[in-house]
Ligand binder design. Structure first.
Ligand code: PEP
Ligand code: MN
Length: 283
């Protein structure tokens, strides 16, 4: 047309993570061959924070025998207060590597800044980006260049589109192994720590090929709500759950109120079986 020199197409939405780009659901293969996003529901379990060897190993032995497929444990902890326990840092990573050696199970742990990505990636099987860092773009770009899967938690005030755009940062930087995680969002409700947005599961499933897991511990802040919300997540189509477990939840240094004791974790695993079967999946 007269007066138009050229047209520049600019997109501000996600592409590589969309179903339009790839219709088939992604199955994320860990370096040890374990898969997330296939028929089997992933159960990621372990303490909020690695506190010491005894706590971690007691917990891991229990959750492994009860059927957990991935071990979680924070070494670098993003705490609201600077006076709270900040994690064992490198020592925590070393303990997690020992856990993998001893159990053969993959381990996931959080990385909070670009400078620590190579260090954490040298110990962990999956890198966790926490809710507070979902829009830390230098961090997203850096984990996009690493050859390890990334579990990306939804920002506590982020829309679903913003979560998918953050995933797009990782994938467009070269790392296609992204697992999304709903961990509750901030609302006016005070009875729970956050509000679990279950509707994200079918929405993400229709918009994106990436797998999505649900963290009912951080979503509710209350251990008695973990089992019903985990069941609801599986019923709604989640590819897995991430649950905090501690040998003595009432003595936990971090997030004890939303951590299951061993007996309750066992009960959860059994309680999930009929729901998992009802949706045609396995555990
Ligand atoms: C965690 O998984 O321990 C954690 C800090 O989670 P979030 O980033 O969802 O608060
Ligand atoms: Mn926690």
């Amino acid at each position: 047309m007269r007066g138009i020199e050229r047209i520049i197409l600019e997109s501000n939405t996600f592409k590589l993570v969309s179903r339009e780009y790839q219709n088939e659901s992604s199955v994320i293969k860990l370096n040890n061959g374990y898969k997330i996003g296939d028929k089997k529901i992933a159960v990621i379990a372990g303490p909020c924070a690695v506190e010491n060897k005894k706590q971690l190993f007691e917990c891991v032995e229990f959750v492994k025998n009860a059927g957990a497929s991935v071990i979680r444990g924070g070494a670098f902890k993003p705490r609201t207060s600077p006076y709270s326990f900040q994690g064992l840092e490198k020592k925590g990573l070393e303990l997690l590597a020992l856990v993998r050696e001893k159990t053969g199970l993959p381990v996931i742990t959080e990385v909070m800044c670009p400078e620590n990505v190579d260090l954490v990636a040298s110990y962990a099987d999956i890198l966790q980006i926490g809710t507070r860092n979902m829009q830390n773009y230098p961090l997203l770009k850096k984990v996009g260049k690493v050859n390890k899967p990334v579990l990306l938690k939804r920002g506590m005030s982020a829309t679903i589109e913003e979560l998918l755009l953050s995933a797009e940062y990782i994938v467009s930087n070269g790392n296609s192994r992204v697992i999304l995680c709903e961990r509750g969002i901030r609302t006016f409700e005070t009875m729970t720590r956050n509000t679990l947005d279950l509707s994200i599961i079918p929405i993400v499933k229709s918009l994106s090929h990436l797998p999505i897991v649900v963290d009912p511990s951080h979503a509710t802040g209350k251990r008695e709500l973990i089992e019903p919300m985990a069941k609801a997540a599986v019923a709604a189509g989640a590819d897995g759950i991430m649950v905090e477990v501690h040998p003595n939840p009432d003595d936990a240094l971090v997030d004890g109120k939303q951590s299951l004791g061993h007996a309750d974790f066992y009960k959860l695993m059994h309680g999930l079986i009929p729901v998992v079967r009802a949706v045609g999946r396995e555990i």
